[in-house]
Design a protein around this ligand. Sequence first.
Ligand code: ATP
Length: 284
Amino acid sequence: MAIEFQHITKTFGDTRALEDVSLTFEEGKIYGLLGNNGAGKSTLLNILTGRMCQDGGTVTVDGAPAGSDAALSRLFLVGEKNLYPDDMKVKRALDTAELFYPDFDRAYAENLAKQFELPLNKKINSLSTGYGSIFRIVLGLSVNTPYVLFDEPVLGLDAQHRDLFYKLLVRKYAESPCTMVISTHLIAEVADLIEHTVIIRKGRILQDAPTEALTAACWAVSGPAGLVDGWAAGRDVFASSVLGGLKTVCVRGEGTEDLPAGLERRRVGLQEYFISLMEEEDQR
Ligand SMILES: Nc1ncnc2c1ncn2[C@@H]1O[C@H](COP(=O)(O)OP(=O)(O)OP(=O)(O)O)[C@@H](O)[C@H]1O
């Protein structure tokens, strides 16, 4: 059981939004879908939910073609945009979700609304940007479909509400495991949540691996520039920066345990890894 993209291509005029994308979202994992602006993340999720058609390739949800009733009933997209009618109230949207999703947990949704102080009697189109996101998050956490996809879920949320969302997401996942895909630019905030990372760049998949494996052998080594340069010569350096007289290089591989005196090392976090990878690709 899985979501499977096979050789997906999508073009808008001269823009190749997706190019030969093959990818699997397996059951029971939290995925991070990471990429810069315009990388193709939303296009991928919109094709999966049948909101857009691909030019080539196939997408299936537990074997059912994307966009079919069988596929749609198994997933929920917490998108960037509100697709509900302008004058619909939050409460009415919960009624609608209850009709369409048999496992929708109304009591849990109302409990979440209370925790976020989301007013049930307000019209959806009158919610602030942050509360619009909260409304969609409440739905996403309550639908209980096997796959829930979050596209920029914390858009406009303050730090306290973002923290609450991450805690609720982890609790939800622990209580009733499903597959969650989080597409976000706030990489540092989700780094500890996501078990598997997919990095997309200019419509192509650049990395698709367990998060731990991506950064496990990556270290940042810092010290006086001359000393760092001497040590780094011949190693797999994928990023470097200089601040004052202090140079830092990010390296892949072993050999950082016994550094010469004057050099220090620290683990590279997922966000630093992502930025360095993008810079490395830019220079190609
Ligand atoms: N409806 C559309 N018409 C024309 N071009 C589009 C359309 N949708 C997406 N694109 C283009 O396809 C590319 C991928 O866009 P997409 O929205 O999938 O990126 P993204 O990774 O979600 O970006 P962001 O992080 O900025 O939301 C971009 O170049 C974008 O301009």
